[in-house]
Ligand binder design. Structure first.
Ligand code: TYM
Length: 336
């Protein structure tokens, strides 16, 4: 490396290929990744190892893995400038995860709200992987000496835990891991369900009207917004208790950059119907080019496989460096 070459800070993030991705996934994470492309070294992963903590149909998991990668690219990420890869293609994630399991406490994992929620939702399959999931996530992040992790609010508790594990390890063995910080967007860090706006929008929601999927067609997007649950008031304004309208305003802001005051002015005297239609049309317009590019990419599996291969070899190189450092520090012998 040239002496004057600037070492860029590192970004890592990922999405589980566990369902159709929603505009919550888009606004909370993928849409924001592009802006880091020039100023950071960015690594984005399709986290298939995480997905099997909930039962997946194998053929569907395989298809969704390709789809998630295609969506990353269709959302504007350039595979030449970003490292895009599939988690199971880089064994170091599972390997570091085992080590870090021995530095994560049962009590702290037990406090994770996502574990509590998922244990309720999947009561017949509370497997050990569901419990240790945040340790695998910590490994994803720490393997790359990550500085910044762009995610939705629901992942912030896992990032806090990642920091705790990294600090604990560094204290015992000396500087080993960079301590990462979470990054959440100003608008869209927690997109709510359109059917039950007090609940987070989720790709695993069984009510398909509750979520708008990134790949929904225009008519479905507009129909879902028209049907979005609101309240008995008629004025478009942000206020306590108006969860539905607050959510629609957040979504509108995230896609247009307009402030609350600008939105309130735009829809003054116009009522909810008008507002809902405008949000629906705005979202449909913004997602249309993503869908077109997605369809083009999905028709070219060989290209996607090339991206996966290239991404996993770049990721493996970085991951191996951290993993060997960790193995040395804990006292494992190295094969000669
Ligand atoms: P996952 O697959 O549930 O969600 C992917 C990303 O989408 C964000 N998100 C939302 N943002 C706003 N509003 C919503 N309704 C909404 N729903 C989801 C999530 O916060 C996330 O950023 N554990 C992670 C995946 C992961 C990961 C990592 C992320 C594994 N290893 C390392 C960052 C770094 C997850 O389940 O995301």
């Amino acid at each position: 490396m040239e002496n004057n070459e600037v070492i860029k800070k590192k970004i890592f993030s990922g999405v589980q290929p566990s369902g159709k991705l929603t505009i919550g996934n888009y606004l909370g994470s993928i849409k924001n990744w592009k802006e880091f492309e020039e100023s950071y070294d960015c690594i984005y992963c399709v986290v298939d190892l995480h997905a099997i903590t909930v039962r997946q149909d194998p053929a569907e998991l395989r298809r969704r893995t390709y789809e998630t990668l295609a969506l990353y690219i269709a959302s504007g990420l350039d595979p030449e400038k970003n490292t895009l890869f599939v988690q199971s293609h880089v064994p170091a994630h599972a390997e570091l995860s085992w080590v870090l399991n021995c530095y994560a406490m049962h009590g702290e994992l037990n406090r994770m709200t996502q574990f509590k929620d998922k244990s309720k939702k999947y009561a017949s399959n509370i497997n050990a992987g569901l419990f240790t999931y945040p340790v695998l996530m910590a490994s994803d992040i720490l393997l790359y000496q990550t500085n910044l992790v762009p995610v939705g609010i629901d992942q912030m508790q896992h990032i806090e835990l990642t920091r705790d594990i990294a600090n604990r390890f560094n204290q015992v063995y000396g500087e080993t891991f960079a301590i990462p910080e979470g990054f959440i967007p100003k608008a869209g860090a927690k997109v709510m369900s359109l059917a039950e706006p007090e609940k987070k929008m989720s790709k695993s929601d069984t009510n398909t009207n509750a979520s708008v999927y990134i790949l929904d067609n225009r008519d479905d997007i507009i129909r879902k917004f028209k049907r979005a649950v609101t309240d008995s008031d008629t004025v478009v304004r942000r206020a306590e208790g108006k969860d539905g309208i607050n959510n629609l305003m957040t979504i509108y802001t995230a896609f247009t950059g307009k402030t609350d005051a600008e939105i309130e002015k735009e829809f003054e005297g116009l009522g909810y119907g008008h507002f809902k239609l405008a949000v629906g049309e705005t979202v449909a317009d913004a997602l249309a080019p993503v869908k077109t590019e997605f369809d083009r990419l999905m028709a070219d599996k060989a290209y996607l496989e090339g991206v996966m291969k290239d991404g996993s070899s770049r990721a493996s190189y970085l991951a191996r460096k951290t993993l060997s450092k960790v193995y040395r520090k804990v006292g494992f012998t190295q094969p000669k």
